[in-house]
Design a protein around this ligand. Structure first.
Ligand code: ADP
Length: 190
């Protein structure tokens, strides 16, 4: 059986969430989205949510310390034995290093790093479009959108350089229909 321990990587607006929802249904593994986890905490006004909100609303990363502890707890649960789809984590090189340590401790091997690639111009267009549809507070302000793109370039993209020598990173063209992109990902997983 092909490995089901998967990282889905890509810039904001790459369509990670959309593809992740389909993938977890196909593979029967938990969808671990740090963005969703933070939004859940924010909505329920937890201590963690209040801390995270400050950073999310600026388009910055929530500090690694908070994020890594949250993911570590999640990965320690029993359902992860089936595999997992990490969506939005890691998003910095220290997070990638921490993930290696966590997985080693749990005796889990990473099988795939899938990178959905989308151009800057397209990202900007998509995030603006999403702002109008979903009304996410971090999608509403062009300055915040720009900041999320900068954060991605400066902090998240370097993760790929961390993984490339260690794991096979599969680059997927993120331009096309949802169905087309899903097909590309499935081919890579086989
Ligand atoms: P996007 O669609 O912009 O990729 P997400 O839904 O994945 O957004 O995340 C929303 C926000 O949550 C991010 O802008 C960031 O503030 C925070 N966040 C999500 N994942 C992480 C992470 N791994 N590390 C730090 N902050 C994160």
């Amino acid at each position: 059986m092909p490995g089901k321990n998967i990282i889905l990587f890509g810039p904001p607006g790459a369509g990670k969430g959309t593809q992740a929802a389909r993938l977890v249904e196909l593979l029967g593994v938990p969808h671990i989205s740090t963005g969703d986890m933070f939004r859940y905490h924010k909505k329920n006004n937890t201590e963690l949510g209040k801390k995270a909100q400050v950073f999310m609303d600026k388009g910055a990363l929530v500090p690694d310390e908070i994020t890594i502890a949250m993911v570590k707890e999640r990965l320690s649960r029993a359902d992860v034995k089936q595999g997992f789809l990490l969506d939005g984590f890691p998003r910095s090189t220290p997070q990638a290093e921490a993930l290696d340590t966590i997985l080693k401790e749990l005796g889990i091997k990473l099988d795939h790093v899938i990178n959905i690639a989308v151009s800057d111009v397209e990202i900007m267009k998509r995030l603006k479009g999403r702002a109008e549809i979903e009304g996410r507070s971090d999608d509403a302000d062009p300055a915040v959108i720009q900041n999320r793109i900068n954060t991605y370039k400066n902090q998240s993209e370097p993760c790929l350089d961390y993984y490339r020598p260690r794991t096979v990173v599969r680059d997927i063209d993120g331009m096309g229909s949802i169905e087309e992109i899903f097909e590309r990902i499935k081919i890579v997983l086989e």
